[in-house]
Ligand binder design. Sequence first.
Ligand code: PEP
Length: 247
Amino acid sequence: MTRSSQIIAGNWKMNLTLSQGREFVATLKSYLEKGSVSRRVLLAPNFTLLAELAGLCAGSGIMLAAQNCAPQESGAFTGETSVAMLKDAGASHVLVGHSERRQIFGEDDSLLCAKLGAVARAGLVPILCVGETLEQRREGRALEIVISQLQADLVEFTEGELIVAYEPVWAIGTGQTATPADASDMHAGIREFLLERFAFGREIPILYGGSAKPDNAAELLAQPEINGLLVGGASLRPETFWQIITA
Ligand code: PEP
């Protein structure tokens, strides 16, 4: 498996307790031990599961991401979790700017830029999520919106590892997936931006997220600029997640 292998990432959101997470990882590890997999596997559980799952995942190849982080390094920020704490708990990646953070919690681009900087300074890999709403897509502004999010959130990012996840808001948790052609067009536009912006733009994986499931994963993963999937609902059961990993 190389750094260019496709990535299948599961975002558990606010689901699965510690015992359910343990059971999930035990099952996933048993699948991984049986078959050889060419894709990289990453799980984004709740903060409360990270340290325990890091122990269970050690040596299995399963990587862990946090779903969010504070932009500050430490201090009087009740209820927040710093990047140093996430690293200490075993996360190697952090989701930044998931549409639920943007829409429900009002996270704007300047906050996301600060979070991204905190993640990168700690030597963890940010997974920057971008995507347009249905209204923006209907207005023909999907690419413009996505590029403006990338520009704003990456304004201070100059070096280090980065993953971008294109997640059209209207496809998340709705069962409505972008067509492989639409996703592919958007990924090509994102790649063009990354190549212009960074000397290492070719190395940045671009994941697709939005109702990815066992029955559409293979077709999505066959698109040239789709370097992996970020999976929500279908990552909550090891059986379906495994079907996507091996699609
Ligand atoms: C997500 O939350 O990142 C996501 C893609 O969710 P779902 O797969 O359920 O649409």
